[in-house]
Design a protein around this ligand. Structure first.
Ligand SMILES: Cc1ncc(COP(=O)(O)O)c(C=O)c1O
Length: 399
């Protein structure tokens, strides 16, 4: 049966990878998922920073069931008052630094980025968009246009022409900030670069970026799609690093395992999508009530169980346990987002094979083929950190 399903998967489910993992999943719970044969995998990817509250989280499952029974899709976005959407917007606004209080709900990260870029152009009446080299913001035409070169070039070239008036600067380069000028509508930046292989900001860099944007009247957009919802040890990396953007993009864990994204700004900025033209951004499914109910339940779970307060300690424990192994060249980390640097693509491929045998789900990074990822559900226990690290150390011994 598994073999037939795998063949159908390759034949009938659109493929973009020449070598998909091909692990069949039967069910998932906490930090594990299981194959039909009952083999457990430690999920150290969490669907790329999605399952922060763990798989099959009871609160989320109950919220999804209850909302699905009450109502699902009623009307396109922004017309009907839906309780899960409003309550989630209120609670997110309370948690975000002021003046970020207006939440526009969408279905995904790339869509959140698209909306944020449009909002910045609309509000500033400017066209230039600056993003960071080695950035990843999604795979639609707009999000791809701000995929940071040089690495992004490989993906972008076949799809040109893309958005005009986009330019890239180096993340963490203080000198490059001078390229942000009165022409610039916005600067889009991940506060910790994820797909570049976990690159935290240099001391003072985000502050300097904020200052430069203020000097020239450009909006600062933080893509917190991967860093948001507790991943870096604060609910938002903006809070951790003490810099408030004009627009913040959320997705991934924001939906508690369901597809949900958002861009958030002050009400003043957001309202510019209301006039000239009206309906400056339109979505049918954005803010789907079941997705909002799931996201809200996950968000409340994080707050009620103080999950985020434990993140830094667990991330540091992984670093301590793995850092001494001779195969590990470097560990880059922000909270529970870790890149374990092996310094060689060959070794990375080999470790991925061993992980698959040993029941560890890890992944490489889009722009970093020499390091593997550890970004487990944030609810992972200390014992599970120690146990999964022991398996990883055994795997590293086999390299
Ligand atoms: C930082 C960042 N921004 C945007 C995205 C795109 O999100 P989505 O895949 O939901 O479109 C991703 C996805 O990996 C991401 O890591």
């Amino acid at each position: 049966m598994g073999e037939i399903l795998r063949r159908q998967f390759l034949q009938n489910v659109g493929q973009t990878s020449p070598a998909p993992l091909l692990i069949e999943v039967e069910r998932a719970e906490g930090v594990f998922f299981y194959t039909p044969e009952g083999k457990p995998y430690y999920d150290l990817v969490a669907g790329v920073s999605v399952s922060n509250v763990g798989h099959a989280n009871r609160d989320v499952v109950d919220a999804v069931k209850a909302q699905a029974e009450r109502y699902m899709h009623i009307m396109v976005y922004g017309e009907i008052v839906e309780r899960p959407q409003v309550e989630y917007a209120v609670e997110i606004a309370e948690a975000l630094p002021a003046p970020l209080e207006s939440v526009y709900f969408l279905n995904s990260g790339a869509e959140a980025v698209e909306g944020a870029l449009k909002l910045a152009k609309r509000y500033t009446h400017r066209t230039e968009i600056i993003s960071m080299r080695r950035a990843y913001h999604g795979s639609t035409h707009g999000a791809m246009s701000v995929m940071g070169e040089p690495e992004g070039e490989e993906w972008k070239n076949a799809f040109r022409p893309l958005l005009p008036d986009c330019r890239a600067i180096d993340f963490n380069s203080f000198d490059d900030l001078q390229q942000i000028t009165e022409r610039t509508a916005c600067v889009l930046c991940e506060p910790v670069q994820g797909e570049a292989g976990v690159r935290p900001p240099k001391e003072g860099y985000l502050q300097a970026l904020r200052k430069r944007c203020d000097e020239v009247g450009a909006l600062l957009i933080f893509d917190e799609i991967q860093t948001g919802m507790g991943r870096t040890g604060e609910m938002f990396a903006s809070v951790k690093y003490g810099v408030t953007p004009d627009i913040i993009c959320l997705a991934k864990a924001f939906g508690g395992g369901m597809p949900l994204g958002a861009f958030c700004s002050s009400k003043e900025i957001m309202d510019s999508l209301q006039t000239n033209p009206v309906l400056g951004h339109i979505t049918t499914f954005g803010g789907h009530p079941v997705c909002c109910a799931a996201g809200l339940a996950a968000f409340r779970y994080l707050k009620k169980h103080n999950v985020v307060a434990e993140v830094e300690r667990k991330g540091a424990l992984y670093e301590e346990l793995l850092g001494g192994h001779p195969a590990v060249k470097e560990i880059r980390r922000s909270g529970l987002l870790l890149a374990i640097e092996l310094g060689s693509e060959e070794r990375l491929f080999r470790i991925m094979e061993i992980f698959k045998e040993e029941g560890i789900m890890s992944d490489w990074f889009l722009y970093c083929a020499t390091a593997f990822r550890i970004s487990p559900p944030l609810v992972i226990s200390e014992e599970e950190v120690r146990d999964s690290a022991a398996i990883i150390l055994r795997a590293l011994d086999r390299l």
